[in-house]
Design a protein around this ligand. Structure first.
Ligand code: IMP
Length: 503
């Protein structure tokens, strides 16, 4: 006979946090949001820690290059979607990695005889206003000069004339020698009032570029998530079908974290793929998986598949109709509580701490806070980031407001056959996601500022300065329907609050 669990499937909005003693040092400025994304044994330092507990979903409408750059600059991580050809996903990873803070490999280069029109096209394509001119148009060729969008007038100048006529030639370009420190490179930029400093080797060949803009960005974003070469970190979604080709391409492109993107990760497919990846790349690759909603599934993925982190959540996503279509899933709060209990038990037994990610269905900042209080180490969000300026979709005006399209990876539109692939089906016979619109709310940085401020404030109310302490000490209460209603405004007329992520 079927087993019926005692508990009811519960959601985050059914809980409230009870404040604990706030001591004088519990100030938002003292709160750290740093959190592990790789498994650790016996309290060793994890291979990578996020500086804020937020990652973006591996979805076409969410995680493109600009999302990844903006999120890593704030200390989080984007998972570039895998519902695209391998080469295209790898190219997106490489693009994010080229946007490192400090010394950048020049990815927009021309030859001296390149017609100005082609250079203009390249500037528009890449969004980079500075092009290096090298003898062969490569990023390591002999450096001949620099062309910026200030050197010509697109609609006045003759676009057939070679760039050598417009560029600033090498003898007039302030440049650094290979081996120069970032500090000295920035000092040269400042002294000569320049925006870009090419760094050349002893043969006069281009090695890298240093931009004033990166220096300013870094000062504005002290939590940037960087690798050991000071490049921004980026993650990638993978599937259990083409991983033997996809993973090597992503690793070559410099990806920092991989995660299986599957609506049900409690499977031998995921274990087999994880073991293949581990065998090929060892423990240096950070590999996550899921999604799961039960203690058994956690144990399986942590023990048998040796995953670095595990994602929790089936059917809660804002665009998700998995529960409706297939009858599988679990209330997100129940799932997180159950899996966190299993993870803590595993930690006590083995000394191995496996970070957990609460994925999907977070409808407002309170639910994010609740997921972290319940023991998730970080959260993955789709809708939250789809609503920002940086998501890869165009803005659309409807009824006087700006919206962006947002669709599920299991929708026909995403045509993500591998993620929702079923052995019996010879194609997609039903959808697990819908095609929708979400309002535009501003830049990633702006929305994160609000979420981070609320999270830090709540952590102080709960008497904690770090995320692990927050969840260990959290005291939660379940709420009745009446107290849920009481939580909103009551008996007053309030102006429309239905405008932001917190609608
Ligand atoms: P959101 O933050 O509520 O929008 O949920 C995003 C999460 O929904 C993703 O990280 C996936 O786990 C999940 N998801 C993405 N596409 C689909 C789909 O088409 N059906 C079901 N779940 C999906």
């Amino acid at each position: 006979m079927a087993k019926i669990l005692d508990d009811v499937s519960r959601t985050f909005s059914e809980y409230l946090l009870i404040p604990r003693l706030t001591r004088t040092h519990h100030l938002p400025s003292n709160v750290s949001l740093s959190t592990p994304i790789a498994r650790t044994k016996d309290e060793a330092e994890p291979l990578l820690k996020l500086n804020i507990p937020f990652v973006s979903a591996s979805m076409q409408a969410v995680s493109g290059v600009e999302t990844a750059v903006a999120l890593a600059r704030r200390g989080g991580l984007a998972f570039i979607y895998c519902s695209q050809p391998i080469e295209e996903q790898a190219a997106m990873i490489a693009k994010v990695k080229s946007r490192k803070a400090g010394f950048v490999e020049s990815d927009s280069n021309v030859k001296p005889d390149t017609p100005l029109g082609e250079a203009v096209k390249l500037i528009k394509q890449t969004g980079h206003s500075t092009l290096a001119v090298t003898h062969d148009g490569s990023n390591r060729g002999k450096f001949l000069g620099i062309l910026t969008d200030k050197d010509f007038w697109e609609y006045e100048d003759n676009l057939q004339i070679p760039v050598s006529t417009y560029m600033t030639s090498v003898e007039n370009v302030v440049h650094g020698k290979v081996g120069i420190s970032l500090h000295d490179a920035n000092a040269l930029l400042r002294k000569h009032k320049k925006e870009c400093l090419p760094v050349l080797d002893s043969q006069g060949c281009l090695q890298s570029l240093v931009f004033k803009k990166d220096y300013v960005d870094h000062l504005n974003n002290p939590d940037e998530l960087l690798d050991d070469r000071k490049r921004l970190c980026v993650g990638a979604g993978i599937n259990t079908h083409d991983y033997k080709e996809r993973v090597p391409a992503l690793m070559d492109a410099g990806v920092d974290v991989l995660a299986f993107d599957s609506s049900d990760g409690y499977s031998e497919f995921q274990k087999d793929a994880a073991l293949w990846i581990r065998k090929k790349y060892g423990s240096s690759v950070i590999l996550g998986g899921g999604n799961i909603v039960s203690a058994d599934a956690f144990r399986y993925l942590a023990e048998e598949a040796a995953l670095d982190f595990v994602k929790i959540g089936i059917g809660g996503g804002s665009i998700c109709i998995t529960r409706e279509q297939k009858g599988i899933g679990r209330g997100q709060a129940s799932a997180v509580l159950d899996v966190v209990t299993a993870r803590n038990k595993y930690y006590q037994e083995t000394g191995t701490y496996v970070p957990l990610c609460s994925d999907g269905g977070l409808a407002n900042d309170t639910q994010i806070i609740m997921a972290l209080a319940m023991g998730a180490d970080f959260v993955m969000m789709g809708r939250y980031f789809a609503m920002t300026n940086e998501s890869p979709t165009p803005k659309v005006s409807m009824g006087g407001r700006l919206y962006k399209p947002y669709w599920g990876e299991g929708s026909n539109r995403a045509r993500n056959w591998q993620r929702y692939y079923s052995e019996e089906a010879d194609g997609m016979k039903f959808e697990e996601g819908v095609d929708a619109y979400v309002p535009v709310v501003g830049s990633i940085s702006d929305v994160l500022n609000v979420t981070i401020a609320k999270l830090k404030s709540t952590m102080c109310n709960a008497g904690s300065s770090g995320l692990r302490e927050f969840s260990t000490n959290a005291v939660l209460t379940r709420i009745s329907e009446q107290s849920f209603r009481e939580s909103g405004t009551s008996n007053v007329v309030s102006i429309d609050r239905d405008i932001q992520f917190n609608g």
